[in-house]
Design a protein around this ligand. Sequence first.
Ligand code: GLY
Length: 419
Amino acid sequence: MHAPEDSTASAGTAHRTYDALVIGGGIIGLVTAWRAAQRGLRTAIADPAPGGGAAQVAAGMLAAVTELHYGEETLLGLNRTSAHRYPAFTAELEEASGQDTGYRACGTLAVALDADDRAHLRELHALQLRYGLDSQWLSGRECRRLEPLLAPCVRGGLRVDGDHQTDPRRLAAALLAACERAGVVLHRAWAERLLVRRDRAAGAVLDDGTELAAGQVVLAGGSRSGRLAGVPDDVLPPVRPVKGQILRLRVPGRIAPFLSRTVRAVVRGGHVYLVPRENGELVLGATSEELGWDTTVTAGGVYELLRDAHELVPGITELPLVETRAGLRPGSPDNAPLLGPTALPGLHLATGHHRNGVLLTPVTGDAMAELLATGELPEEARPFTPLRFSPGGGPAPASGPASTNTPASDASVRQEQPA
Ligand code: GLY
């Protein structure tokens, strides 16, 4: 392995050469770089603030079963594979980084508040059972026995003991530390433009003037991945920003435990969830809005989240509200990630994780490192090839019905990108 002594490269360095350059230092870029470095590849990340991005906003639910949707069975397979890897992944990462990631095997309760919600949840339960998933129907009274602070109007729910949580902020910090310890070089600058030489991705030019040469490039820029200059139009990933507003409350020590597991519901068609951490943080999310690059926290967004969460757990209005934030999920046309080689030799994608970025972190790191080290994408990642969106190329969509949305391709990667 080729570990440089100083893992943070200085600005303006002319010409550095790597086996793998990862553009984007969110959790997907970090896990890709960490795993690649473990395979002995000289690896670098380009990002002005590695460890930032969507993970700073996300709640961290590992909700393979409770976030199941019709038509997404291929994605379900990948989600379950990654959920299954989480305990070992967490143990290895905590050992490698020396940091706690806040992984909590607490399970989830998804509840219904009215007759419509109940019908919706019954359908979800039938779908879960069809796929052999572990999910148990409970009456309203049984739900309240598990979580006594639930509202009296809760009409029933699903107990899913396998949908856990992790703390995305701690996960990002641990991945960053693990990358540094593994010798990943951090270039703290934006990737301004992809370098293409002889019809092959050959590195990137950063906005501080540094030119990085690399045998392979991974574009892991979250919702900004479709905006990197120099990428041919037909190779640009069709990802778009999907805004999520989220709140953080604090459960004072004197009233803990408030909730013992993640509690979620669909209220008037929108998702609301409460994710209780062991340290007293209670994350309340999230809106889902197609508003382009806007990351404004709005009065309406906060109001709707609090209104719906109050219907679910009336006691939340007593808690201190400590943070409001909005971020951007990288949505793809079929809600599934884009993993693997593109039509441009040497350029790979690890993006488009939409609502499942935290959940899919372990399997994405494994798949991308395997690809970088051997040239082969593992079996479980192949349905997620970016080529499925190429004109006339690739297998059928990985999941769900196709929708439109191709982002603009005229700018370098610049917008803030959380959630
Ligand atoms: N997976 C939860 C969310 O995207 O809001």
